[in-house]
Design a protein around this ligand. Structure first.
Ligand SMILES: Nc1ncnc2c1ncn2[C@@H]1O[C@H](COP(=O)(O)OP(=O)(O)OP(=O)(O)O)[C@@H](O)[C@H]1O
Length: 648
């Protein structure tokens, strides 16, 4: 049994310390051998004493009533091991054996106990022995109960010890793990430090490189800044020089214009030269207007060259550049300039100027492109209505009559929808005078231009001009006829006259009229078809004079109620009258409008009075008039009449 609590153990300990142990030592049966232990160490042993038979009987009769549970405090650290057996008077040493060493008692095996075996001594007398036996049996029973308690307690103790040991082992394991983790962390830290050192080294190297680069960059930037400053200085100088040159150029242009004016004044009315505002442009002007002939400014390409859109002297213009390698281009360029600079008409494209250095022609810009493109609805534009088509026929008729009756007697020579351009209000203007010709009077009093190389667009070309090389006003009438049929049917110009003729003969004209133009009134359509066919006769002598057809054209325009073109109505004066209808001299709505040599339209009586009074300059521009001829402006007259009808 325990000699004392573990806390009190020392190596020199040789006797029991606890009260209970002392009590047991004193009270235990002398036959018992008891070993006292503390913290697993044997402290002392009391040996059993051999008793005399009397003493033995005494002791046998003296019940050993030790209730160990009562003796030992429950929470005592003093340990009572499992004792089993019964007290005997004789307790031979050989019968007591420690089954295990005290340290082994940590085992939970309930059999790990000191075993005490009692030997039943034979009784001395039968009565006394029976009583004695009963007493011993009772004591034994109590002792066994006590031993059972002790066994239970011991098992619990063992369990407790096991738990502690396990937790200690776990702790040890945890400590081991912690140690491992710490060593791993230390290793990692060392690696990190190593890497950090390496990175720091690299970073320093890079920093050095960057600093070097930065230095270089700064040096280069300083040089660039200096160069830029120099460059700017140079640009300023060049700009100043350019400004001076431009001013000088303006002066020169002014001087030149004045010189031309003077020359023309000297030449008098015989002069056929420039009299309307017409300029010579610099290549620089054109470059600025077209962002150096950028492709995004290109609007067309023809046999003559490329056409660009541009903004020149606050005006939108179209610039036609002659192909540098074009052989025919140069004479065409000169022809176009010769014709257009002397003429102004509402249905002729206005030539604003030229750039001789680049052989460029500068026109007013016509935003709706060519009639051919609009008939083909190129770019998704809506189809032209029959009313607009009828008006265009009237306008072109008017332009041709103007050209043919001009003092210079001009034949356009290349009339076709590609050469009819449309302004913002779809008012048509005849363009491309490159192969137009001034007619000469022949011996037979007919006006003809003769060439061995007839040029033009085959489908629209007068067949007699093709075969004879004789260009006359009737050549334009033929082209005009084909253009009328094309506007009426929307068909290709090749064989168009034959197709329309067939349709009329077979009463199927309605089938070939262009439906996209809307509900063309049949009578009107038929009249136009017949007019087209008359003009497109193969024999020129069968073709009509346009003046003779004008009445019909005028009535067609009026019926179509189109004569008031949007361009006329768009500019109304305070009384709501289109300003184009007013005579610039009389300031009244015109009844008989006529175009003068300056391109402006006047009331016939007003301009005649002006000229008869001896004045030789334009009432609008004050510039000399190249001639005194007056041409009726039929389209305008038609427009005025329709407008008056509507507003009466
Ligand atoms: N004044 C203008 N305003 C707007 N566009 C124009 C103008 N002049 C020409 N164009 C555009 O440029 C295109 C080509 O012009 P044009 O037919 O006059 O060139 P060209 O070289 O004389 O052609 P061609 O082969 O008929 O001789 C036209 O179809 C038209 O789209």
């Amino acid at each position: 049994m325990g000699a004392a609590s573990d806390a009190r153990y020392s190596k020199r300990m040789s006797e029991v310390k606890s009260k209970t142990a002392k009590f047991v030592m004193e009270k235990a049966d002398p036959s018992c051998q008891i070993s006292f232990i503390c913290k697993g160490h044997l402290v002392c042993t009391i040996e059993p004493k051999l008793l005399s038979p009397r003493k033995l009987s005494q002791s046998a009769s003296m019940p050993t009533e030790i209730n160990w549970q009562n003796v030992l405090p429950r929470n005592s650290s003093f340990d009572v091991l499992n004792l089993r057996g019964s007290m005997t008077p004789e307790f031979p040493q050989s019968l007591i054996r420690p089954s295990r060493l005290p340290s082994d008692l940590l085992s939970t095996n309930s059999n790990d106990v000191f075993e005490v075996r009692s030997l039943q001594e034979p009784s001395l007398d039968s009565q006394g022995s029976t009583h004695e036996q009963d007493t011993i049996a009772g004591v034994c029973a109590k002792l066994q109960a006590a031993l059972a308690d002790v066994t239970k307690y011991g098992v619990r103790f063992n369990e407790e010890i096991c738990k502690r040991e396990k937790s200690e082992m776990n702790q040890a394991l945890l400590i081991k793990k912690d140690e491992e983790t710490i060593s791993a962390l230390i290793k990692e830290k060392q690696e990190m430090e190593f890497l950090h050192k390496q990175e720091t080294k690299m970073f320093r190297r890079q920093l050095d490189l960057l600093q070097e680069e930065n230095k270089k960059f700064k040096e280069e930037r300083d040089i660039a800044v200096k160069e830029e400053a120099l460059h700017k200085q140079k640009i300023n100088m060049v700009q100043n020089q350019l400004g001076l040159l431009q001013e000088e150029n303006k002066k020169l242009q002014k001087e030149r214009d004045n010189a031309i004016k003077e020359a023309e004044e000297l030449r008098g009315s015989a002069g056929r030269g420039s009299h309307v505002s017409f300029s010579e442009f610099l290549v620089l002007d054109l470059q600025q207007a077209t962002k150096n002939f950028s492709n995004s400014y290109k609007i067309g390409e023809g046999g003559f060259g490329s056409v660009y859109k541009g903004f020149l002297h606050n005006t939108m213009v179209a610039i036609k550049m002659l192909h540098p390698q074009s052989l025919q281009g140069k004479p065409e360029f000169e022809q176009e300039v010769a014709v257009l600079r002397t003429m102004r008409h509402p249905n002729l494209v206005t030539l604003l100027g030229i750039c001789s250095e680049k052989s460029a022609l500068i026109y007013e810009y016509l935003p709706n492109g060519s009639l051919e493109d609009r008939l083909a609805c190129q770019g998704g534009t809506p189809p032209l209505t029959w009313q607009i088509r009828t008006r265009i026929i009237g306008e072109i008729c008017c332009a041709l009559m103007f050209l043919h009756s001009h003092p210079n007697r001009i034949v356009h020579g290349n009339l076709k929808p590609e050469n009819i351009l449309l302004d913002a209000n779809l008012v048509s203007k005849l363009s491309d005078f490159g192969i137009s010709r001034l007619l000469m009077e022949t011996n037979s009093n007919t006006l003809v231009y003769h060439t061995e190389y007839p040029r033009g667009t085959f489908a629209y070309m007068d067949p007699e001009f093709l075969s004879s090389g004789e260009l006359t006003v009737k050549s334009d009438v033929y082209s005009f006829g084909i253009t009328i049929l094309r506007l009426l049917t929307g068909k290709s110009p090749i064989k168009i006259a034959a197709d329309v003729e067939d349709a009329i003969e077979t009463d199927s004209l309605h089938l070939i009229i262009d439906k996209s133009a809307g509900d063309w009134p049949f009578v009107q359509a038929e009249q136009l078809a017949n007019l087209g066919l008359r003009c497109a006769q193969v024999r020129k002598r069968k073709r009509p004079d346009l003046e003779n057809e004008w009445k019909l054209v005028e009535s067609l325009m009026q019926t179509a109620s189109l004569s008031v073109s949007p361009s006329f109505t768009s500019q109304l004066d305070d009384k709501g009258i289109p300003s184009y209808f007013m005579c610039p001299i009389f300031q009244e709505v015109m009844k008989d409008p006529h175009v003068a040599a300056d391109g402006y339209t006047y009331e016939a009586a007003a301009i005649k009075d002006w000229l008869d009074s001896g004045r030789k300059t334009s009432p609008m521009t004050n510039l000399p008039l190249s001639h005194q001829e007056l041409t009726p402006n039929y389209t305008l007259r038609c427009a005025i009449q329709a407008w008056l009808l509507k507003h009466s």
